[in-house]
Design a protein around this ligand. Structure first.
Ligand SMILES: Cc1cc2nc3c(=O)[nH]c(=O)nc-3n(C[C@H](O)[C@H](O)[C@H](O)COP(=O)(O)OP(=O)(O)OC[C@H]3O[C@@H](n4cnc5c(N)ncnc54)[C@H](O)[C@@H]3O)c2cc1C
Length: 450
């Protein structure tokens, strides 16, 4: 019985599994292994940061995407023996070894935390849904802390959010944060609107370099209109707990630094011993790994040549999905002894949501911005959700969310034993600030930034 194993339940892995599910010969086994039980719609993470959508609305359970003919294993692949065609996998039931005839590597990449001094310790990366939830909670904690803070300097640092990177994710996060801070302001009456600032640092001379200059300029206008300070040609050099140092000297006072740049290869890549280029697995035109029969790779972890222009396909969701569809056809061809075909695709365009009901898009060569671009963005990701039931639920929830302020629920997931430990700890009175005026326990009126 031939068996196909896919490693990674992201855009590439789940699209491939869905394309093969039901099309394989009846005696062929399909297994998808991923270390999370859900697929993350990464392009929507900035909206989860800005609390426009709930985190559970940007993920989809892998099991809902597959039929009973296929198998999903939640586990982390730790080693592959390409000669013996076996892999090792850590699962909830312990370590397992698995044999395969065809293995597809689609495990993406990771956030890079060593790009700048202080980044790992003090910055907030945005790569996973956990990162998005964490940043959202940090934003809400900062606002809650400002409500109680007297010191003007500390308030300035707490209220300043610096986003490193003016590409898609950076612009999206900045726009979402600006809208979120404005819409939740009414719930924090002791925080003045002018005390909340968002700054984008981008090291080239225009935002969204992947899009035509006109759309980068539209994003710049949209952000600056909402009070976001965009610093073009500015490069972060180091991050400290209360500041960001820029190349050339200036220091920005901020306790919140969100990093949207830099990726590193998945740790598994280095253990595989396969030929790499720029940290990605080098594959042939049909996505097979040269000199390793039965081994294939695609998506962000692979350097897939695009036969259309001879260049490497970019590491984007759009290309991961289209590579997956081509690879499904190639795997079926390989099983039937037919020739495989090279990957060839023309970009259909690009879109970015740059805040609540605002977007920029270039689709089939036509550029547009504002609400139409945002609606198209939402419609596209809704169409990618599995099952009609899920699509309908998310459509209703998104539509509801369009007309109301961002949700300020700050879920802490505190367990009973942690609560008990907190209650038993000795009280700390050190937090009472010496500069606090006598007789008044908390700031009572909005303070103006100095
Ligand atoms: C914040 C953000 C915004 C983005 N915005 C856009 C955008 O607007 N447009 C666009 O086209 N692209 C965007 N991207 C890029 C896009 O998300 C990626 O190109 C796409 O996700 C790549 O798909 P993939 O399947 O190769 O990898 P991923 O989607 O990263 O999936 C990899 C999967 O492998 C699993 N995995 C990893 N290691 C193992 C292991 N050892 N064992 C088992 N499973 C493993 C992971 O849990 C994950 O499920 C964005 C990315 C981010 C982070």
């Amino acid at each position: 019985m031939p068996s196909i194993v896919i490693v990674g339940g992201g855009f590439a892995g789940t699209t491939l599994a869905r394309a093969l599910d039901g099309r394989l010969p009846p005696d062929c086994e399909l297994t998808l292994i991923s270390d999370e039980s859900y697929m993350t719609f990464n392009p929507m993470l900035p909206e989860a940061v800005g609390a426009s959508v709930f985190p559970e609305q940007v993920v989809a359970p892998v099991r809902e995407m597959l039929s009973a003919r296929s198998r999903f294993v939640m586990g982390r692949v730790t080693a592959v023996d390409a000669q013996a065609r076996t892999l090792r996998c850590e699962t909830l039931g312990g370590e397992r070894a698995l044999e395969y005839d065809h293995l597809v590597l689609a495990f993406g990449n990771r956030a890079r935390l060593d790009l700048l001094p202080g980044l790992a310790e003090h910055a907030l990366p945005l790569k996973t849904v956990g990162d998005a939830m964490h940043i959202r909670n940090v934003v809400l904690r900062r606002l809650a802390r400002m409500e109680l803070e007297w010191d003007a300097q500390v308030r300035r640092e707490l209220g300043h959010f610096v986003v490193i990177g003016g590409g898609f994710s950076g612009v999206e996060v900045a726009g979402e944060l600006a809208d979120c801070l404005r819409s939740v302001g009414r719930f924090y009456p002791r925080v003045h609107a002018n005390e909340l600032r968002v700054t984008v640092l981008h090291d080239t001379d225009r935002l969204l370099p992947e899009l035509p200059a006109k759309l980068g300029a539209a994003a710049l206008v949209s952000l600056t209109r909402r009070g976001v300070a965009v610093r073009l040609g500015a490069r972060a050099a180091a991050i400290a707990p209360r500041s960001v140092e820029l190349s050339g000297g200036p220091v920005l006072e901020a306790r919140n630094v969100i990093c949207t740049i830099g990726t590193r290869p998945n740790a598994l890549v280095e253990r595989l011993g396969l030929p790499l280029e720029r940290g990605r697995i080098r594959v042939a035109a049909d996505m097979s790994v040269p000199s390793h029969a039965g081994l294939w790779a695609l998506g962000d972890c692979a350097l897939v040549p695009n036969a259309l222009d001879g260049k490497a396909a970019p590491p984007t969701a759009q290309f991961a999905v289209r590579e997956a569809r081509q690879l499904a056809a190639n795997l079926l061809a390989a099983l039937q002894g037919r020739p495989t075909r090279p990957f060839s695709a023309r970009s259909r365009g690009m879109m970015a949501a740059i805040g609540h009901r605002k977007g920029v898009a270039q689709v089939f060569g036509i550029g547009f911005s504002g609400l139409p671009a945002w609606l198209l963005w939402r419609a596209y990701y809704l169409s990618q959700m599995p099952t009609l039931r899920r699509k309908l639920r998310i459509f209703v929830e998104w539509t509801w969310g369009m007309f109301f302020p961002a949700d300020i629920t700050h879920l802490r997931f505190t367990r009973s034993e942690e609560l008990q430990a907190e209650e038993q700890a000795p009280p700390t009175l050190a937090c009472l600030d010496k500069s606090e005026p006598r007789g008044c326990r908390w700031p009572t009126a909005p303070s103006s930034p100095s």
